[in-house]
Design a protein around this ligand. Structure first.
Ligand code: GAL
Length: 427
């Protein structure tokens, strides 16, 4: 059914990955050592190193090559889902005063960390120059604006609360693949049925952020959008009984997942669904891009909003920055122009599974999945993702991720709830 995923995220350390990135991916790097040539380099730091994510990045690069002929793209991608390796490498580079020309950061709270640390420059003037104030919806501009200034250019909008399912596996347990279970409880009941039908791990998931995403959608479904959003702002009591009840359901769901979840990354979990070992994976819509890159036919999988979250679009947005004291600001400026442009967003998002951040995109230019996502983005209630930095800071996520690791090894709800309460407290 698919070409087979041969990812090695789980076994390679960040240092090894960087080496791969420097030697393997920088196919356009100058070998001459010539300073003038090096000055033309635009070093783009992301975690889009492979598969559908790399295909999206390649789309942006193809436009950059046309529009920014004076500059040379340098790929500084560090592999690992959701920046699991990249973020640490980036933090070290920034602390050492060696920023890339631009780096990927999530719009919202995560970007706030870089702003507060003085690591990114105000790019409001570029919004004027490139006409971006008119290109992006006001709600997104508001989300990006901090004390009247904007510090990045958004490339897309991704949806986090999506279940990707294998209809052939659901059929084995006589489950209707065309409809999402109506609630978390109904989803749990379906997982019981799948187990009884011989599917050992109905839900495929992976370490860290993927488990956090499962927890997030259960909290979202059980608490509702407003209470959910309040969790990360200190407005909802993390120690509340409703949170305890939701975490018990999360524990139950995790018990239906693959035992090797701590050793794999999200593309591997998706592979289990495509192979038929599992029925579902809960993952953001970069999955649509991965399926496209792996040529998995549309008929082999289906998708719906996570049970209990229909009508809610849990979003995150990738954006690119102008790092403070970066070497080639003119080159970065050209990259940001491409990122914000209609052509750049189309080249990127048609391949990345996301929808354009710009309001002027033509839906029919996009694959079927994105057309559906565009419609939902307009009609649904919009809620930020914590795991992908729209709602939560890097510090909050560090705490949550370590709680996830502990919970995956020893699923104890009171311990998890205590750790979450400590993690989300604003420092
Ligand atoms: C997210 C990022 C997405 C996608 C995903 C999986 O944090 O915003 O674009 O790359 O991680 O790696």
């Amino acid at each position: 059914m698919r070409g087979g995923l041969t990812r090695t995220f789980a076994v390679m350390g960040a240092v090894g990955l960087l080496a791969v990135s420097a030697c393997g991916n920088s196919d356009e790097s100058s070998n001459s050592g010539d300073q003038a040539a090096a000055d033309k380099n635009v070093t783009v730091f992301t975690w889009w190193a492979d598969g559908g994510e790399k295909a999206g990045l390649d789309g942006l690069v193809s436009v950059f090559k046309n529009e920014c002929k004076d500059f040379t793209f340098q790929n500084a991608a560090v592999a690992g889902g959701a920046g699991s390796n990249a973020k640490q490498v980036l933090a070290n580079d920034l602390a050492a005063g060696k920023p890339p020309s631009t780096f990927q950061a999530h719009a919202g709270a995560e970007l706030g960390d870089y702003i507060n640390n003085g690591q990114v420059d105000d790019v409001s003037n570029l919004y004027e120059e490139f006409g971006l104030n008119k290109a992006f919806p006001q709600s997104l501009l508001d989300n990006l604006t901090v004390e009247g200034k904007i510090y990045s250019v958004p490339a897309n909008v991704h949806r986090a609360n999506v279940v990707w399912a294998n209809p052939a596996v659901l059929k084995k347990a006589n489950i209707d693949a065309t409809k999402a279970p109506a609630s978390v409880d109904a989803w749990i009941a379906d997982m019981e049925k799948l187990k009884a039908a011989g599917i050992k791990a109905p839900l495929a998931t992976s370490k860290g952020f993927a488990e956090e995403m499962v927890m997030e959608v259960v909290l979202l479904a059980e608490l509702g959008p407003d209470k959910f959003t309040g969790l990360w702002k200190g407005e909802t009591d993390v120690n509340g009984a409703d949170v305890t009840a939701a975490l018990e359901k999360f524990k139950k769901i995790l018990s239906f997942s693959n035992v090797d979840r701590e050793a794999v990354d999200w593309p591997d979990a998706l592979g289990y669904v495509n192979k038929g070992t599992s029925a579902y994976t809960l993952m953001g819509d970069w999955v649509a891009a991965q399926q496209l890159a792996d040529k998995v036919p549309d008929s082999a999988y289906t998708y719906w909003p996570a049970p209990g979250t229909d009508g809610t679009f849990q979003y995150l947005a990738d954006s690119f920055t102008m790092p403070t004291n970066a070497k080639n600001p003119e080159g970065t400026k050209c990259w940001l122009k491409v990122v914000g442009s209609a052509e750049g967003q189309k080249a990127f998002n048609t391949k990345k599974g996301s929808i354009p951040a710009r309001s002027d995109a033509v839906a029919t230019d996009y694959p079927k999945y994105q057309q559906a996502a565009m419609a939902d983005w307009k009609s649904d209630k919009i809620v930020p993702s914590c795991a992908h930095g729209a709602a939560c800071t890097l510090g909050q996520n560090d705490g949550i991720l370590s709680a996830m690791g502990q919970f995956s090894g020893k699923p104890d709800v009171p311990t998890l709830q205590k750790a979450l309460a400590a993690a989300v407290k604003p420092s």
